[in-house]
Design a protein around this ligand. Structure first.
Ligand code: MRU
Length: 369
């Protein structure tokens, strides 16, 4: 995507030094645009766990490059053993987004084929690049398929504004480029369709208010940031035509884990006959599980994120206590929307029902025992 006219992805190799990977420090957005260097396994792990990078696809791509950075720095005599260990460290950096495990497993499968250390370094660099390019490509295709849904709604509305509600940030910042939920929106906007996005602020870290709003503003897409609890009211009053969110892990039966609060939006959408779509690349499917509510691990983060809010004042990021210091807080990062509440899944291969039978129609090879 473009920032001030310059094309950026969310992760890339340093143009002058192939031993450094660069990322945008998303904790600083939208107030400052800061690029950070990742030079080793530790910095890649910290970038994921401290959320300099976040979002399912980008976590996966960072883990892919994390394995490359680990390969550059391991003891050459025991590189396989040390890289297995590096993989465990990366896999444990955040629990819910399955793209992380997927990327590490993919790297380990390549590493196991290597006979020499040099081969291994080259293989991890190549694989990280492939994971990154594929992520961007899958998101581009999600845009192509999802565009048709928005175009159809626009036709039914005789060209009047299509109001889309989204939660959290499943934009290009959450992936390598384009985003999942936002990809159809960018495509529709670029094609001249009149779209407007309701952006849930997404407490406690405000990925919607801080990141999705910034992305949409940069791209010129009309949008309005709303408090998290406003969606139901808007739907009751006919102000939402479609909900599109991303996902961090989707079961082979179509249950979808996404940022906390998504489930409530799906319930409100069902009650108001508003179509509710999940957009995801195939790297976000967990083909091994069928019961999302009981099997998807839900991250619990530091309660400080709930107790304090951060914002920008006098040219600097500041934190404010927003409740009695002595109150207890809970900080569940994700919830699971059961497939019965999901109208469809928008993937790089097309749109399908959120059910085992539906997913099988476009990913048949994943169900062969
Ligand atoms: O905690 P985050 O910011 O890494 O959460 C991920 C998300 O932004 C959302 O859940 C998103 O909709 C899915 S990731 C594409």
């Amino acid at each position: 995507m473009k920032i001030d006219g310059k094309h950026y992805r969310t992760i890339w190799i340093h143009p002058q030094n192939p031993k450094i990977v660069q990322i945008i420090d998303q904790r600083k957005l939208p107030f400052q645009f800061v690029i950070k260097d990742l030079e080793d396994l530790e910095s890649a792990e910290k970038a994921i766990s401290d959320m300099l990078v976040r979002g399912a696809g980008l976590i996966g791509a960072t883990a892919g490059y994390g394995m490359y950075l680990a390969a550059l720095n391991v003891n050459k005599k025991h590189f396989i053993k040390e890289l297995l260990n590096a993989g465990e460290i990366l896999k444990n950096s955040r629990p819910t987004a399955v793209n992380l495990q997927w990327a590490v497993e993919r790297q380990l499968a390549e590493i196991e084929k290597c006979e020499t250390y040099e081969e291994c370094v080259n293989a991890t660099l190549k694989t990280a690049g492939e994971i990154t390019d594929e992520d961007a490509n899958m998101c581009r295709m999600i845009g192509e398929h999802g565009f048709k849904i928005i175009e159809k709604i626009s036709r039914h509305r005789n060209g009047e504004t299509v109001n889309i509600l989204t939660h959290c940030n499943a934009g290009w910042l959450a992936f390598v480029d384009y985003g999942s939920a936002t990809s159809p929106i960018y495509k529709a906007h670029d094609a001249g369709i009149d779209v407007h996005v309701w952006v849930d602020e997404t407490r406690p870290r405000n990925q919607g208010a801080r990141l999705t709003a910034w992305e949409l503003l940069e791209h010129g897409v009309p949008h309005t940031v709303i408090p998290d609890n406003a969606g139901g009211h808007l739907m009751q009053h006919g102000l939402v035509d479609i909900v599109i969110t991303g996902a961090d892990r989707v079961t082979k039966t179509g249950d979808a884990a996404n940022k906390i609060g998504t489930y409530l939006k799906a319930l409100a959408a069902m009650d108001n006959n508003v179509p509710f779509y999940i957009a995801l690349p195939s790297s976000t499917f967990d083909w091994a599980i069928a019961d999302g509510v009981n099997e998807i691990p839900v991250e619990q983060r530091d309660g400080r994120e709930v107790k304090y809010m951060s914002g920008f004042k006098d040219g600097a990021e500041q934190e404010f206590l927003i409740m009695p210091e002595g109150s207890n807080v809970a900080n569940y990062g994700f919830d699971v929307t059961p497939s019965r509440l999901i109208t469809g899944l928008i993937t790089e291969r097309g749109i399908c029902d959120a059910s085992e039978d539906g997913i099988k129609t476009i990913f048949p090879e994943k169900y062969i025992m």
